[in-house]
Ligand binder design. Structure first.
Ligand SMILES: CCCCCCCCCCCCCCCC(=O)Oc1ccc([N+](=O)[O-])cc1
Length: 269
C-alpha cells in the first residue's frame, strides 16, 4: 500500500502544481492587467511634454514626467515603456525614433506633422505680421498639409507598422489654439486666431485620414481642449505666448492630462 500511495501522492502533487501554474497564468493574463504592454512613445513636443515642466535629464528633447505617455505608463503597471518623443521632431526625426520599435512592441503612440507644416514660423509670422500676412502664411501651411504632408505621414506610419505588425498604433492630433471670439482682448486679432484654428483643422483632417489608411486609431484632441483654449474663460490647457518662449502654444500640465491623456484613455483604455 505504501508504494501506490506514494505514487498517488506524487501524481496529486503534480496535479496541484499544474493547477497552480494554470491559475497563476490565467490570473496574470486576465486577472491583473492583460499581457504585459510594450509601449513606445514617439513624436514631437506635444508628446514629449514641452510646456508641462519636470524634464529630468532629457536635455533638449524636454520629456516631461507630466506628459501623456508617462501618465499612461504610470497607470498601467508592468508596462515596459520607451519614451523617445522629442521637442521639435519632424517626420524624418520620428523615422529615427522608430528604431526603438521592435516586433515585441505592442503599443505605439505618435504626434507628428505640426513642425513639418511650419508651426513655429506660422506663429512667428502671425505674431509680427498683418492679418493678411498671417492668412497667407497659414494658407501656405495648409497647402503643405494637404499636398506634401500626407506622403510623409504614410512613410512614418507604414515604417512603424512594418517594424511591429501586431502593435496598436495610435496617432494623436493637435488642439485648436483659440476660442474665437474670446475673453482676451490683447494679442492676436480674431481674424488671425480664426486663421490659425483653421490650420489645426487642416492638420486634424489629414492626420485622421492617413491614420485610418494604416489601420491606426486617430485620437482627435480638439474636443477635449474646447473650453480650455487660449482666450477661453479657463484657458488652462495651453500656454499663450509666454516665457520661456519654447513653452508658447504648448499644453500645460492640465492640458497634458485633460487634453491628451484623458482622450487617449477613452480611446484605448
Ligand atoms: C497648418 C499649420 C498651421 C500651424 C498653426 C496651427 C498649429 C496647430 C498645431 C500645432 C502643432 C505644433 C507641433 C509642434 C510641436 C513641437 O515640437 O514644437 C516645438 C517645440 C520646441 C521647438 N524648439 O525648437 O525648441 C520647436 C518646435
Amino acid at each position: 500500500m505504501a508504494v501506490p500511495a506514494r505514487i498517488e501522492s506524487r501524481s496529486f502533487t503534480r496535479s496541484v502544481v499544474a493547477l497552480g501554474v494554470a491559475v497563476l497564468a490565467s490570473f496574470g493574463l486576465a486577472g491583473t492587467a492583460q499581457a504585459a504592454t510594450n509601449y513606445v512613445a514617439l513624436g514631437d513636443s506635444y508628446s514629449s511634454g514641452v510646456g508641462a515642466g519636470s524634464y529630468g535629464d532629457s536635455g533638449n528633447c524636454m520629456r516631461s514626467t507630466n506628459a501623456y505617455p508617462q501618465l499612461w505608463a504610470n497607470a498601467h503597471a508592468g508596462t515596459s515603456f520607451k519614451f523617445v518623443a522629442c521637442s521639435g521632431a519632424r517626420t524624418g526625426d520620428v523615422l529615427d525614433q522608430a528604431a526603438n520599435v521592435t516586433s515585441s512592441t505592442t503599443l505605439v503612440t505618435v504626434s507628428v506633422g505640426g513642425n513639418d507644416a511650419g508651426f513655429a514660423d506660422v506663429m512667428t509670422t502671425c505674431t509680427t505680421g498683418s492679418d493678411q500676412t498671417c492668412i497667407n502664411r497659414v494658407n501656405t501651411a495648409k497647402n503643405y498639409v494637404n499636398n506634401t504632408l500626407p506622403g510623409l505621414l504614410d512613410n512614418v506610419y507604414s515604417t512603424i507598422k512594418s517594424k511591429a505588425p501586431g502593435a496598436q498604433l495610435v496617432v494623436l492630433g493637435y488642439p485648436r489654439f483659440y476660442t474665437v471670439p474670446g475673453s482676451c482682448s490683447v494679442g492676436l486679432s480674431d481674424t488671425k486666431r480664426t486663421a490659425i484654428n483653421s490650420g489645426s483643422d487642416a492638420l486634424a483632417s489629414v492626420l485622421s485620414a492617413r491614420a485610418a489608411a494604416h489601420g491606426a486609431k486617430f485620437v482627435d484632441v480638439r474636443g477635449a481642449f474646447t473650453g480650455h483654449n487660449i482666450c477661453s474663460s479657463a484657458s488652462d490647457y495651453l500656454h499663450s505666448l509666454t516665457w520661456p518662449v519654447v513653452n508658447s502654444y504648448h499644453p500645460t500640465v492640465a492640458g497634458q492630462r485633460g487634453g491628451y491623456y484623458a482622450p487617449l484613455v477613452s480611446a484605448i483604455g
